[in-house]
Design a protein around this ligand. Structure first.
Ligand SMILES: *Cc1c(COP(=O)(O)O)cnc(C)c1O
Length: 374
């Protein structure tokens, strides 16, 4: 084998359906990470598969300078479901690229360069987005990164107010930090971020790549807080696994006419997958379902009386703080209990299951956790 970067697990996956992945030896795995929060409506949802198949038969690709129905529909759909005032859509191929674009668009619209980001934040791994990411482990070997990024404590409104000034192009925030360990900001903090950016003429960017498309109990986590950013970025669960990132912008950002581009921007097949995925999320009201299931899941974990430090999160974005060895627990969950989940640092198990899970899936997860924690 010649792949590198990812350390592969000894489980070859062949097929997926709903919250279940089937290995090549027939073993069933419960996918409680939704494969990095991607399988939001479940694996290989038939409506998404049909939409992709039909589009592939008509046209795999045409450059974004020529309108094609699947892409035009997605532009409209994203503008409709995004918070009010965000009507201008840029499409790309990943979360990190969506944030790179947001960074460029904010600098272009403000004529400024400074970016304020948060400790423990995660915004991606290309050299611009990486500069806004907190962890040294991800950054140090690759320096110098894009300059002009200042970090503040997540959740501290006054520190943020002090950092944002007349030179600030943008503030980048995750409404709930994912990779950083599932930490929620309170509504007052997000409101304060809105105030200070507005006063300084800086763009407020919400990175909803992990929190978005229904995961936290509303379509966007910022909706729950009632705070509207100037730019919202989305990816992960938006197209059921086909590569798509979106940067949705207010008029003042888009009207500044940023020079930007990408060959694969809004590929029709990818757009067809996103249209079907978003339709399912909206029609089946999966955000509400995620809120209910998230509450059930967190209550079940808490009442199981396990040796855990904390259970926290919102909707189906749940962190379980353990004393140590999250990676070992995750390995045991996978190999002994056939349950897949994700880490967030060394002490947090991160659960991002498909939004379609039911109580029996949550029960199975809790049983599995009891099994490996005994
Ligand atoms: C995953 C993630 C990214 C990066 O997305 P990629 O598609 O992996 O490039 C950025 N921000 C947040 C909050 C994420 O969870």
């Amino acid at each position: 084998m010649s792949g590198f970067v990812f350390s592969e697990k000894p489980i070859g996956i062949e097929r997926g359906e709903g919250a279940t992945l089937y290995a090549d030896d027939g073993t069933e795995y419960l996918d409680f990470g939704a494969s990095y929060a991607v399988a939001s409506v479940g694996h290989s949802h038939p409506r998404v598969v049909d939409a992709v198949t039909e589009q592939a038969e008509d046209l795999l690709y045409v450059q974004a300078s020529y309108p094609v129905e699947a892409r035009t529909t997605l532009y409209e759909k994203l503008a409709t479901v995004s918070p009010p005032g965000l009507d201008n859509v840029w499409l790309c191929n990943s979360g990190t690229e969506a944030n790179e674009a947001a960074m460029k668009f904010a600098r272009n619209a403000t004529g400024r360069s400074k970016i304020v980001a948060t400790r423990r934040g995660f915004h991606g791994r290309t050299l611009g987005a990486l500069a806004m990411t907190w962890k040294d482990k991800y950054k140090k070997p690759f320096e110098p990164l894009a300059g002009g990024v200042e970090f503040v404590s997540y959740g501290d409104g006054e520190e943020l107010a002090d950092a944002v000034d007349e030179e600030t192009a943008a503030v980048f925030l995750e409404p709930i930090q994912g990779e950083g360990g599932i930490h929620s900001a309170d509504t007052a903090y997000l409101q304060r971020a809105r105030e200070v950016t507005e006063d300084a003429g800086a763009a407020l960017v919400f990175d909803e790549i992990q929190t978005g498309v229904g995961r936290t109990g509303s379509l966007w986590a910022c909706e729950g807080a009632g705070v509207e950013p100037d730019i919202l970025t989305a990816a992960k669960g938006i197209a059921s696994g086909l590569p798509l990132g979106a940067t949705v912008c207010a008029d003042w950002i888009a009207d500044a006419d940023p020079e930007h581009g990408s060959t694969f921007s809004g590929s029709p097949v990818v757009c067809a997958a996103a249209n079907a995925t978003l339709d399912i999320i909206v029609e089946e009201d999966l955000p509400t379902h995620a809120a209910e299931m998230g509450e059930y899941l967190m209550e079940s974990i808490e009442s199981a009386d396990l040796p855990v430090r904390d259970v926290r999160g919102q909707g189906l974005m749940v962190g379980i703080e353990v004393k140590r060895g999250a990676n070992r627990l995750l390995r045991d969950l996978a190999l002994d209990e056939q349950v897949l989940a994700l880490p967030a640092g060394r002490t947090v198990l991160r659960l991002l299951p498909p939004l379609i899970i039911e109580e029996n899936h949550a029960d199975r997860f809790v049983d599995a956790l009891e099994g490996v924690m005994e």
